[in-house]
Design a protein around this ligand. Structure first.
Ligand code: NA7
Length: 539
């Protein structure tokens, strides 16, 4: 008999995805004695860090922070070589965690889930794999990731291109050698900005096709300072706890004390200069209290970065094209780079403006712009992003009845309670779901938070002999409203970002992450639990 007490199932919880969140779910739920199985589309674990193998891929959160906190021996013993972890290094860490805690025995690799159905009679979720295999359990955890559905541009002829074609989010394991080739790079978000300097070093010529310029700050990556590491490790436990009391889930950055207008121009310049020299995005955005809420304050920081771009890029026309001018700084994920702007001073790199002259079509040998201009290319790197936050769940046909599926429910944008559960979809938990701070926080901390929430809820249910949990429609409506109000009190909605779904043609424009900060969010979650799972219906 299962926990539902009604039907037969060998499992208590199905976990979809074995990235950072799914792996922690295996660890946590197994420790509670639950019978679990995780299904992963890749032929290895690691999620984002498994798929995004493009050159230069690196985390924009410092490596001492971007790691699990659930095991103190692990965090004390692991040694990060650099200030910011590279993709191979982070993947090595995630694989180490999987091996160290024997997590792989509960993961079925190379298995994409196509369908998930909830049966109201038995209170069981049944999932169906691409190969038609089915498995059931009372609970299902969607650890499907926020940036796991890569998007190629919807431009005519894309399949006609006969040269090499790569998406940064699906980069070949064996790597790519662009030596001696004429290469095109489409997309100048984080993945483009990180990969372009390295592709430029190999290519005979690199054409960067830019639709929108983005703000990027120097990462100032370096080998990890042993003294900094020692100190950080000595304070690890307290720092992790303190992280929950911060906006982005990262402790150690002093909160800003002043509004931008309280400093004169020279004081502001010195402050931004110091942050620019230090490297990193949080420190920069913490220069003043109102950088993300007041446009005039934001302009002072944006102007500073634009001046840096003009001072770095020698060709004034190219420099001007690289200066972002359509969104406040920080309202799209602020990029950290190594030598991005400097790359445009190379003779073998050309920036092509596809904002005023878009790509009309791809051809056998390259592409053609709207004005008729053509580019012959031997390879194209697409850093064109993802169907973010809702894409992976909408790819699975999730239904709880004839007229209740996630694709329809989220037709006009995601609706959830706390980014953890969805009304009408009982016993289905999300890890860093939309309307949670997930992507606006240190992701591993948020993954741990959500898995812990789900684990505690499941144990609470079992302890009380209950079988079905899900949010009230009213609690969900109120949370969606609150989420939108908080976003509207900031500058975030002014950017056409993947936070808004703006990068996917036809996707509704709704601000998806919760931007009230990790502290406010985790306090709310704690209040909900303390008030007997307020807003949830437990049956
Ligand atoms: P992003 O940040 O979504 O960037 C995608 C880029 O691709 C961006 O410059 C887009 O321009 C460009 N793009 C997308 N579609 C097209 C078409 N059709 N034509 C031309 N250019 C296009 O994805 P990333 O992978 O760089 O980063 C995702 C996150 O991963 C990042 O924020 C970090 O959190 C890690 P647009 O701005 O839409 O004009």
């Amino acid at each position: 008999m299962t926990a539902s007490g009604k039907d037969k199932s060998d499992l208590d919880v199905i976990i979809i995805g074995a990235g950072v969140g799914g792996l922690y779910a295996i660890y946590r739920l197994r420790k509670l004695g639950l019978r679990i199985r995780a299904y992963e589309a890749g032929d290895g674990v690691g999620g984002t860090w498994f798929w995004n193998r493009y050159p230069g891929c690196r985390c924009d959160v410092e490596s001492m922070e971007y790691s699990y906190s659930f095991d103190n021996d692990l965090q004390q013993e692991w040694e990060w070589p650099e200030r910011y972890g590279t993709q191979p290094e982070i993947l090595r860490y995630v694989e180490h965690v999987a091996e160290r805690f024997d997590l792989l025995r509960d993961v079925q690799l190379k298995t994409r889930i196509k369908k998930a159905r909830f049966d109201h009679g038995t209170n069981l979720w049944t999932i169906t794999t691409e190969k038609g295999e089915t498995v059931s359990a009372p609970y299902c955890i969607m650890a499907t990731g926020n940036l796991s559905t890569p998007k190629l541009p919807e431009i005519a002829g894309i399949d006609d291109f006969q040269g090499e074609k790569y998406h940064t989010g699906l980069w070949p394991k064996e790597g790519v050698d662009f030596t001696g080739k004429v290469v095109g790079a489409v997309g100048t978000g984080s993945s483009g900005v990180q990969s372009i300097p390295l592709i430029a070093k190999q290519a005979k010529h690199l054409y960067v096709f830019q639709r929108t310029a983005n703000f990027s700050l120097p990462a100032r990556n370096a080998p990890l300072d042993p003294e900094k590491e020692r100190k950080h490790k000595a304070e690890y436990v307290e720092r992790r706890k303190a992280a929950y009391g911060t906006p982005f889930g990262i402790a150690g950055y002093p909160s800003p004390e002043k509004f931008a207008a309280e400093a004169d121009a020279e004081e502001r310049r010195l402050s931004y200069e110091a942050k620019w020299a230090e490297g990193g995005s949080i420190s920069f955005l913490f220069a003043y209290k109102d950088l993300l809420t007041d446009k005039a304050a934001n302009d002072t920081a944006a102007d500073f970065v634009r001046e840096k771009i003009r001072a770095t890029v020698k060709d004034p026309k190219t420099a001007e094209l690289l200066c972002p001018n359509d969104h406040p700084i920080g309202t799209k994920r602020l990029i950290l780079d190594t030598d991005y702007y400097e790359t445009y001073n190379r003779d073998n790199v050309t920036l092509v403006d596809i904002r005023t002259n878009p790509i009309e079509l791809f051809t056998k040998g390259g592409l053609q712009l709207t004005d008729g201009g053509t580019y012959d290319l031997e390879a194209i790197s697409f850093a064109t992003g993802f169907d973010a936050m809702t894409g992976a769940m909408r790819e699975i046909d999730i239904q709880t009845g004839k007229d209740n599926c996630i694709r329809d429910k989220w037709e006009d944008g995601p609706r959830s309670y706390l980014g953890i559960m969805v009304a009408g979809f009982p016993n289905m938990f999300m890890v860093t779901g939309p309307q949670s701070p997930g992507v606006k926080s240190q992701m591993i901390l948020s993954c741990e938070w959500h898995v812990d929430f789900a684990a505690n809820a499941i144990m609470h249910m079992r302890g009380k002999g209950l079988t079905r949990i899900g949010p009230d429609v009213k609690a969900e409506d109120d949370w969606v409203t609150h989420n939108n109000e908080v976003a509207d009190s900031t500058l975030y909605p002014l950017a056409n970002s993947w936070y808004m779904g703006a990068n996917v043609p036809g996707k509704p424009r709704i601000f998806m992450p919760y931007v009230g900060g990790v502290e406010a969010y985790t306090n709310k979650c704690n209040d909900v639990v303390d008030n007997d799972y307020e807003g949830f219906r437990l049956e």
